[in-house]
Design a protein around this ligand. Structure first.
Ligand code: PGA
Length: 251
């Protein structure tokens, strides 16, 4: 199974020239590597041009960092999941802690977004994770509420990203042993509430991943991939991570 490397560019870069140059470097390396699936989540306004740059290349996929829970209508400033699909976007990040924190997104809203994204066959990457000092109750609650009424057969299309909030953008990455145990916990919760087997669920790790620690998550924590923020904007470092993960997938 290919390892997933998802790059969450957040609100960066602020110039199209820089964004395109970073994207083309990733596209180049993606063509040569067979054991990784690279998904780029640029700001919305670059998605269509990136899709055109990919032509028919299958090595890189595109995702959006959010979408709305309605497909169209009078919702100023919102992004339609149907329109995202129409321009060739395949994935969508939902429930990211920055959306929860800065935009007060609730589990109720995230649940509506997940269901709408699935309706248009966008594959959600659902971010879940605890705050500093919290136990895993928050993760269980997020799974239960964010996936409420999602049919069992569609749960497998959702990729879970374990992102402890204290590890995001702080340089304090989570211990791989803990990531291993939390990823098992996540799979158990999904079995408990939806009766979907662990082997059908993919869990990524995200939170201060860099070229020094990336492999420890793939090898020790045995996750299905990585969700990378800051390091995905540093061309050399990101390309290195992609190569490291690709080569480690022989192990
Ligand atoms: P980070 O961000 O790699 O900069 O910690 C990860 C994320 O927000 O998904």
């Amino acid at each position: 199974m290919k390892k997933i490397i998802a790059a969450n560019w957040k609100c960066n870069p602020t110039s199209f020239i820089k964004a395109k140059s970073l994207f083309l470097s990733v596209k180049n390396i993606g063509k040569k590597l067979r054991k990784v699936k690279i998904i780029i989540f640029p700001p919305f306004l670059y998605l269509k041009t990136f899709k055109d740059l990919l032509k028919n290349s299958k090595s890189i996929k595109l995702g959006s960092q959010n979408c709305f829970w309605e497909e169209k209508g009078a919702f100023t400033g919102e992004i339609s999941p149907k329109a995202l699909k129409d321009i060739g976007t395949e994935y969508v990040i939902l429930g990211h802690s920055e959306r929860r924190k800065y935009f007060s997104e609730t589990d109720f809203e995230i649940n509506k977004k997940i269901k709408k994204a699935l309706e248009f066959n966008l594959k959600p990457i659902l971010c879940i994770g605890e705050r500093e000092g919290e136990n895993l109750d928050r993760i269980e609650r997020e799974i239960k509420l964010d996936l409420k009424d999602v049919p069992k057969k569609r749960i497998k299309e959702i990729i879970f990203a374990y992102e402890p909030i204290w590890a995001i953008g702080t340089g304090k990455n989570c211990d791989p042993e803990r990531v291993f145990s939390v990823s098992i916990f996540i799979k158990k919760q999904i079995f408990k509430y939806f009766k979907v087997k662990s082997s059908e669920i993919k869990v990524l790790y995200g939170g201060s991943v860099n070229q020094k620690n990336a492999l420890s998550y793939i090898i020790q924590a045995k996750v299905d991939g990585l969700l990378i923020g800051g390091a995905s904007l540093k061309k050399k470092e990101f390309l290195n991570i992609i190569k490291l993960v690709n080569n480690a997938s022989n192990i």
